[in-house]
Design a protein around this ligand. Structure first.
Ligand SMILES: [Zn+2]
Ligand SMILES: [Zn+2]
Length: 426
C-alpha cells in the first residue's frame, strides 16, 4: 500500500490546483475541505516531516494561506474559480419551482474526467474523491446558503429523493432540473355511479380521439382521479397525475366506505398545496368526497396498492320470483367460507382458479316481490355480484341458490372499508 508521502511525491509530476490536489486525499480527516488538506500537506512538507493520517485535523490548517486555483490545473482547468457562476446557473434553473429538498448533480467535460482518471491510473485511487462529487457538494452548500440569504428559504440536501435535482453541465453552462413527484394520501367516497376510478383511455384509438369515444380519447368523461386532479394540477402546475387506489370499486358502484388512495403529481412547480382547500374544491363536485388528506412519501404507494381490507357492501337485489319472508333466514348460510371460481366477467384479465373467501355477516331489508336489499360484510377480494347471482354455479353457496330463484345484483355500493393500520382514527 502506498504511503501519503509516496503519493505526494508521485503527484509532484502534475500541476494541480489546491482543490484537485487535496481531493486525492479526501478520505483523510474529517470536517476539512480538500484545499485545506492541500495546505496541511504543504505545511508539513515545508517542515520536512513525514505525513501521517493523524495530521489531517483542523488545528493543523496553517494560517494565512490563500487558495490557489489557476487555469493550468491539469484536472479542473481552473473551474473551481467559477463556483459562484455555477451556483447562479443552478439557482436560476430552479426559479420556477418551490421545494424543500434538493440534490445538485454535475456533468464535467470529458477532458476533465479523462485527466482525473489518467492521474488515478498513475497515482492510485487510495483516499480519492471524484471531482464531480466535490462540485456537487460545494455548489449544493452554496446554493442552500444563497437561497436562505436571498430568498429566506430553508432547504436541505436529500440524497434519496429530493424534491428537485438540478444537474449542471459545466461545458454547456446550463442546468437541467429533474423534479420528483409530489404525493398526497387520503380517502375518497364516490357518491354517484358511472365513474371509473382512474382515467380510462379509449381502447380503440388509444387516446387519440375517434368516433367511438366522441373524440375525447376516453371511455368515460370523468373519473375519481380526474376530479381530484383538476384542482390539484391547477394549484401545483404539475404535468399530470398518477392515481393509486387501495383496490377499486366497479364503475357502476358507489363507494361510501372511504377508500384509501395516493395521488401523485408529476413535475409540480408548486408544492405548498393547501390540502383543506383542495378537499373543499373536490367535495364541491358533489360526486367525489375526499378526507384526511396529507402529504406522503413515495414508499406509501406500494403499501396502499397491496392493502387487503375487509369491506361491507349494500346491494339492491332483483328476484325473478317472489320469495317468502321466512326463507330469507337461510341467507345466514352464506356466513363462512365461499368458493369462487374466477368470475366470467373478469376471466379475460384474471387467472382462472378457485378462491376461498370469507363472509363475516349478512343482513336483508326492504323485501318486495321483485327485490330486496342485502348487506354483506366480506373478506378482501370477495366478488359480491357473483355471490348474489351464483355466476352459473361458479360461486358456492350463492344467494340465488339459497333463495331458490334467480337473483341479480342491480346496484352495488361499498359502504364500509376497514381502515388500514395507523389510520384507524381518521
Ligand atoms: Zn483543479
Ligand atoms: Zn377513441
Amino acid at each position: 500500500m502506498i504511503t501519503i508521502d509516496e503519493k505526494v511525491g508521485l503527484l509532484s509530476d502534475y500541476n494541480l490546483c489546491d482543490h484537485c490536489f487535496g481531493r486525492q486525499f479526501a478520505r483523510l480527516g474529517r470536517g476539512l475541505t480538500n484545499f485545506e488538506r492541500t495546505w496541511i500537506i504543504q505545511s508539513f512538507k515545508e517542515k520536512e516531516e513525514e505525513i501521517s493520517e493523524e495530521m489531517f485535523v483542523r488545528e493543523n490548517i496553517p494560517n494565512g494561506r490563500e487558495k490557489k486555483v489557476t487555469e493550468d490545473c491539469q484536472i479542473c482547468g481552473g473551474r473551481f474559480n467559477n463556483l459562484d457562476e455555477y451556483v447562479d446557473i443552478v439557482k436560476s434553473s430552479l426559479e420556477r419551482y418551490s421545494f424543500k429538498t434538493y440534490l445538485v448533480g454535475t456533468r464535467v467535460p470529458s477532458e476533465v474526467g479523462d485527466a482525473e482518471e489518467e492521474i488515478w491510473e498513475n497515482v492510485g485511487v487510495q483516499w480519492v474523491e471524484p471531482i464531480k462529487s466535490e462540485f456537487n457538494r460545494i455548489i449544493g452548500k452554496r446554493l442552500e446558503k444563497r437561497l436562505k440569504e436571498d430568498e429566506g428559504l430553508e432547504t436541505d440536501v436529500d440524497f434519496k429523493r429530493p424534491d428537485v435535482n438540478p444537474v449542471i453541465d459545466l461545458s454547456k453552462g446550463r442546468a437541467e432540473v429533474q423534479i420528483n413527484s409530489m404525493l398526497i394520501h387520503g380517502f375518497y367516497n364516490k357518491l354517484v355511479r358511472g365513474i371509473p376510478q382512474t382515467e380510462w383511455t379509449c381502447g380503440k384509438c388509444k387516446g387519440k380521439g375517434c368516433d367511438e369515444c366522441d373524440w375525447t380519447g376516453k371511455n368515460y368523461e370523468e373519473s375519481v382521479q380526474e376530479i381530484i386532479a383538476e384542482p390539484l394540477i391547477k394549484e401545483t402546475k404539475g404535468l399530470e397525475t398518477k392515481f393509486h387506489g387501495a383496490g377499486r370499486e366497479d364503475v357502476d358502484a358507489k363507494c361510501l366506505g372511504n377508500r384509501e388512495f395516493v395521488i401523485e403529481v408529476l413535475e409540480p412547480e408548486k408544492r405548498n398545496v393547501d390540502l383543506e382547500k383542495l378537499a373543499e374544491e373536490v367535495n364541491s363536485s358533489g360526486k367525489i368526497e375526499v378526507s384526511s388528506l396529507s402529504f406522503a412519501e413515495k414508499d406509501l404507494v406500494e403499501k396502499v396498492k397491496k392493502r387487503r381490507a375487509n369491506k361491507t357492501y349494500r346491494a339492491l337485489v332483483s328476484l325473478e320470483e317472489p320469495v317468502e319472508d321466512e326463507r330469507f333466514e337461510r341467507l345466514n348460510k352464506l356466513i363462512g367460507t365461499v368458493d369462487q371460481k374466477t368470475p366470467t366477467r373478469v376471466e379475460h384479465r384474471r387467472a382462472n382458479k378457485t378462491r376461498k373467501r370469507k363472509v363475516f355477516a349478512v343482513s336483508w331489508d326492504n323485501i318486495t316481490d321483485e327485490s330486496f336489499e342485502l348487506t354483506v360484510k366480506g373478506e378482501a377480494g370477495l366478488y359480491i355480484k357473483e355471490l348474489i347471482s351464483g355466476d352459473k354455479n361458479k360461486t358456492k353457496p350463492s344467494v340465488s341458490d339459497i333463495l331458490g330463484t334467480e337473483t341479480v345484483c342491480k346496484e352495488l355500493d361499498v359502504i364500509g372499508i376497514e381502515k388500514p393500520e395507523g389510520f384507524e382514527d381518521v
